[in-house]
Design a binder for this molecule. Structure first.
Ligand code: NZQ
Ligand code: ZN
Length: 387
C-alpha cells in the first residue's frame, strides 16, 4: 500500500427531515448567500424547508446556476459576495450548484487577474470562503469532497480544480429529496458514482485489500439499489443507500494508498464541453473503450471486478476481464444510458482529434495510473467510442 495522509473535515448530517438542522448549524451572525439552480427546489418543497430553517438569518438568494455551472453566471454571484459582504454560502442543489459555490468560495479570496486562471493553473486552493450544502441530487460526491468542475460556454471548456480549502463545512443529506428526482437524473447519478469508484479501482493490484473491498461494496450496493429507486424513488431505504454510496464513492476514502486513473473523466468532460452531453453519460461512452484500449494494463483488476462484483466464475483471467467490461456496458445500457457517442450527436467525426489536440495544447500527457495516457491514446480511445 502507498503512504498517505487523509483528512476530510466535512460534517455529514444524514437522515429524514434534517434540513431543519440548518438552524443550529449555520453561524448565527453570518451574512449568508443561498445559491440554487434552475428552480427544481421551488417545485419539490426543498426551498420552503430551507427558507423556514433560515428564519432570523441574514440571507440573500442567488438562483439560476445551470447544470454544468457556467463561469459567466458565477461571476454575477461573485459581485454580490463582494458588494454584500457575504461571510458564508449555502448551496442547495446537486453537483452543479455545489461546484459553483466552491468556485465562488475560491474566487472570493483570489488575488490574480481573472478567476478563470484558477482553473487553468491547477494550483491547489488552500483557503476559501466557508460554505455548506443541502444536497438535492446524489451523484457527484461534491458534498463531501474538495473538487469542482466549471464550464465556460464562450470557449467550450470544462475544467476542474480543488484543494483542501474547498471542503464544505457541513452537508445535509436527506434521502427524501430523491423522491422528486426525474429518472434521467437518477440514472445519471448511479452511473456517475459507479464510474467514480471505477476510476479509483480499475488500475492495477496495489495491495489495497481493504480499499478494493470498499470499492467493490459501493459498486455492489449501487447495482442492488439501482432497480429499486428507478422503480420507486420514494423507497427510503434504497434512497438512503443510494445517497450514501454516491458520497462514499468520491469523498477521498477509497483512493487512499492506491493508484487512481481519472482519465475517463478528463475525456468525458470534453464531450460535455463540446456537445452538452450529461456528465454521467460521457463516462458511459468513454469507460468501456478506455478499458478495452488499456486491457493489458487493467486486466487483473478487471477480472477481480468481474469475479467479485458480477460473480463471473468461469474462464481465464482475460475472459473474465472481458466479461467485466461487457457487464459494465450492459449495466449502463440497462438503465437506458447509451454507450456510444453517435447516440448523442451527429458530429462524431473529428471529435477524437479535437479532444486530443486540447490535451496536447494543455500539456496533458503521461496521465492515468501508469502515466501511459498521452494525446495520441486519447484520440484512439475517443475514436473507439464513436459507434
Ligand atoms: O437546476 P435545478 O432546477 O435544481 O435542476 C437540477 C438539474 O437540472 C435537477 N435536480 C437536482 N436535484 C433535483 C433535481 N430535479 C428534481 N428534484 C431534485 N431533488 O437535476 C439536474 C442536474 O443537476 P446537476 O447538479 O447538474 O447534476 P449532478 O449532481 O449530476 O452534477 C453534475 C455536475 O457535477 C460535476 C459534473 O461535471 C457536472 O458539472 N462533477 C463534479 C464532481 C465533484 N465536484 O466532485 C465530480 C463529478 O465527476 C462531476 O464532474
Ligand atoms: Zn463524475
Amino acid at each position: 500500500m502507498n503512504s498517505f495522509q487523509y483528512k476530510n473535515p466535512t460534517k455529514i448530517i444524514f437522515g429524514k427531515d434534517k434540513i431543519a438542522t440548518l438552524k443550529t448549524e449555520l453561524p448565527a451572525d453570518a451574512r449568508i448567500l443561498m445559491l440554487y439552480g434552475g428552480g427544481s427546489i421551488k417545485k419539490n418543497g426543498i426551498y420552503e424547508q430551507v427558507k423556514s430553517a433560515l428564519e432570523g438569518f441574514q440571507v440573500i438568494e442567488f438562483g439560476g446556476i445551470p447544470a454544468n455551472p457556467e463561469y459567466d453566471i458565477l461571476l454575477e454571484a461573485l459581485q454580490i459576495i463582494e458588494k454584500e459582504n457575504i461571510s458564508f454560502m449555502l448551496a442547495v442543489g446537486g453537483g452543479s450548484v455545489i461546484d459553483g459555490t466552491k468556485f465562488l468560495s475560491a474566487a472570493a479570496y483570489y488575488q490574480g487577474e481573472q478567476p478563470w486562471d484558477m482553473l487553468t493553473s491547477r494550483q491547489p486552493i488552500l483557503k476559501g470562503l466557508p460554505f455548506a450544502t443541502v444536497l438535492t441530487l446524489p451523484a457527484t460526491g461534491s458534498e463531501m469532497n474538495s473538487g469542482t468542475v466549471i464550464t465556460r460556454e464562450e470557449t467550450k471548456e470544462k475544467l476542474a480544480m480543488g484543494g483542501p480549502g474547498l471542503f464544505p463545512v457541513f452537508s445535509i443529506l436527506d434521502p427524501q429529496v430523491v423522491i422528486s428526482i426525474p429518472e434521467r437524473q437518477l440514472v445519471n447519478g448511479i452511473t456517475d458514482a459507479f464510474t467514480h469508484v471505477l476510476e479509483q479501482y480499475m488500475t492495477y493490484p496495489a495491495g489495497g485489500i481493504l480499499q478494493d473491498r470498499f470499492a467493490e461494496s459501493i459498486l455492489q450496493t449501487l447495482i442492488e439499489v439501482a432497480p429499486v429507486i428507478i422503480k420507486d424513488p420514494a423507497n427510503y431505504e434504497a434512497a438512503s443507500n443510494f445517497m450514501w454510496s454516491c458520497t462514499m464513492a468520491l469523498n477521498g476514502l477509497i483512493q487512499q494508498g492506491v493508484p487512481g486513473d481519472w482519465t475517463v473523466h478528463a475525456m468525458g468532460h470534453e464531450l460535455t464541453a463540446l456537445y452538452g452531453i450529461d456528465h454521467a453519460r460521457t463516462l458511459a461512452i468513454i469507460a468501456p473503450s478506455h478499458y478495452r484500449y488499456y486491457f493489458d494494463n487493467k486486466k487483473e483488476k478487471l477480472a477481480q471486478y468481474a469475479e467479485r462484483v458480477w460473480k463471473i466464475t468461469e474462464g481465464t483471467l482475460e475472459e473474465k476481464a472481458q466479461k467485466g467490461i461487457e457487464k459494465t456496458e450492459a449495466f449502463f445500457q440497462g438503465m437506458g444510458i447509451a454507450t456510444t457517442l453517435a447516440a448523442y450527436t451527429e458530429e462524431v467525426v473529428g471529435t477524437a482529434q479535437t479532444i486530443a489536440q486540447r490535451f496536447s495544447d494543455r500539456g496533458w500527457k503521461s496521465m492515468g495510473e501508469r502515466g501511459a495516457l498521452n494525446p495520441e491514446d486519447v484520440e484512439k480511445i475517443v475514436e473507439m467510442s464513436y459507434y
